[in-house]
Design a binder for this molecule. Structure first.
Ligand SMILES: [Zn+2]
Length: 298
């Protein structure tokens, strides 16, 4: 039984549905090795870590040197792959943003060590970032030559001031997703775009690895979205989906990590093979391992 410091949901935060059924029991393979339960909303398909650790205690599940990327430190095969994926993803992410806004102001919520924003800046955009991790925030501030703020400082940013607000694999970590999207809506210009990347629970790699799927990343990921669930949640705050994109490289990284959790022999190659299969599948189904959703104000 989970004790103090955990929040239990009886209602779906995305669609308001009141039937949350047991979906899966799995654990934190990455750090604590503690077990967690996943529940699924019958109505919209949102999966929740239920109960999940509240803000006051969640810090202990992030206490690892591996969780935040420390540029230039690690040398394992997986970390090299992570860096390769990050290199391609930064360019891919910028290309997505550029297809909507080639210039103007971008706010990245959960900007990590700031590499994506640095690339946007090099390419002529005016950049701002928010980041909860002290070390990552300091690094990003130095890299960008501009103070990166804490997430609670989002409320101090003026209304309708950004052309693009991005959250790359961040919303699944946020305790109050509705409030987060409400604030995002407030700071976004009327013709701006919100770009939200999330692991996809309808991907073939999620289905294949099931309890070992690295995309669960429990209990750091509180919510686990499919297309319908994120659209439901976004619609409650005045957004509608205008476009989606797959992040091709994520399937390889997630699959290799999942194979390692599964304790498969030759997990690197097993993961490479499953990542490839997931992408081939997504070519038809569009259910990539991670999806980038582009929303506009309704
Ligand atoms: Zn729901």
């Amino acid at each position: 039984m989970k004790q103090q410091g955990f929040i239990t949901h009886n209602q779906c935060p995305a669609c308001g549905g009141s039937h949350l059924g047991s979906f899966l029991q799995t654990k934190d393979y990455f750090l604590s090795k503690e077990s967690f339960s996943l529940d699924r909303c019958d109505q919209c398909g949102l999966i929740l870590t239920n109960p999940f650790p509240a803000e006051q205690i969640i810090g202990r599940y992030y206490q690892s040197d591996d969780y935040f990327s420390h540029p230039g430190k690690k040398k394992s095969m997986l970390s090299s792959l992570y860096k390769t994926v990050r290199y391609f993803n930064i360019r891919r992410k910028f290309k997505i943003i550029k297809s909507w806004r080639g210039s103007g102001k971008v706010l990245d919520i959960g900007c990590g060590s700031g590499e994506f924003l640095a690339y946007c800046k090099e390419n002529g955009m005016e950049v701002s970032g928010l980041e909860p991790n002290d070390e990552a925030r300091d690094y990003a501030s130095r890299l960008l030559g501009k103070a990166v703020l804490r997430p609670d400082q989002l409320v101090s940013l003026p209304d309708k001031s950004f052309d693009v607000v991005s959250m790359w694999h961040v919303l699944e970590h946020v305790e109050d997703g509705r409030m987060q999207l409400k604030e995002l809506h407030r700071v976004l210009k009327d013709d701006g775009v919100a770009v939200i990347a999330l692991p996809n629970t309808a991907s073939a790699d999620c289905v294949y690895y099931r309890e070992f799927w690295a995309g669960w990343d429990l209990p750091r990921h509180l919510y686990h979205f499919n297309r319908n669930a994120i659209c439901q949640l976004a619609s409650t705050q005045g957004f509608h989906l205008v476009k989606e994109h797959g992040l091709f490289w994520d399937a390889f990284y997630i699959s290799m990590l999942s194979s390692r959790y599964q304790r498969k022999k030759f997990s690197f190659f097993a993961g490479l093979w499953q990542g490839l299969k997931s992408n081939v599948n997504a070519f038809g189904s569009k259910e990539y391992s991670s999806l980038v959703y582009v929303f506009k104000k309704t």
